[in-house]
Design a protein. Structure first.
Length: 176
């Protein structure tokens, strides 16, 4: 039965979406940083070439399919957090430093990348490991990461880091 929310037909267009996404990402990075050249045509050709190579590699396509929703969720959370902070009276320039700066965002993106690599390439990392209980490397890693003791330790570390940052900022402001 056809439903209004059924978007399973979009799976057929997934290669097109991925190639457009990779092209836009690579072209944007090359145009912004001007690492290779200042020419937009050369940057476009390089981006198209990389997009087609990525499209031909199924593991990279799976990695992008795994990472994209998580990156979108992280950026939406950061957007809403910045909106809350701006409603609370912070200036737009202060919001990024208050959240943790660009280093914090890069760390989150690297964490998503490593989890994605572990998820997509888990059979490559240990193809001969047989577990009689049916446990895989990915399931055990996720079980370990989301164990209540580990989550509690992470929360305590985050709270401690925020407290240290706030205390040092106050001491630095009073010292001036």
């Amino acid at each position: 039965m056809a439903t209004l929310i059924d978007v399973s037909f979009l799976e057929f267009f997934l290669p097109i979406f991925i190639s457009i996404f990779v092209f836009a990402l690579i072209y944007g990075v090359l145009a912004k940083t001007k690492v290779l050249t200042d020419s937009t045509n050369v940057n476009a050709v390089i981006a198209i070439t990389i997009a087609f190579v990525v499209l031909l590699t199924q593991d990279v396509v799976d990695l992008i399919n795994f990472m994209t929703p998580w990156v979108v969720i992280v950026f939406l959370m950061l957007f809403f957090l910045s909106m809350i902070l701006m409603f609370a009276g912070k200036e737009q320039k202060e919001v990024l430093q208050y959240v943790g700066g660009p280093v914090f965002i890069y760390i989150i993106l690297l964490l998503i990348l490593f989890i994605g690599i572990g998820n997509v390439f888990q059979g490559v990392f240990s193809p001969y490991q047989q577990d009689p209980e049916g446990k895989t490397t990915g399931s055990e890693a996720i079980r370990t990461i989301f164990h209540p003791r580990i989550l509690g330790a992470i929360i305590i570390l985050v709270i401690s880091a925020v407290a240290v940052r706030q205390i040092t900022d106050q001491v630095a402001k009073e010292g001036k």
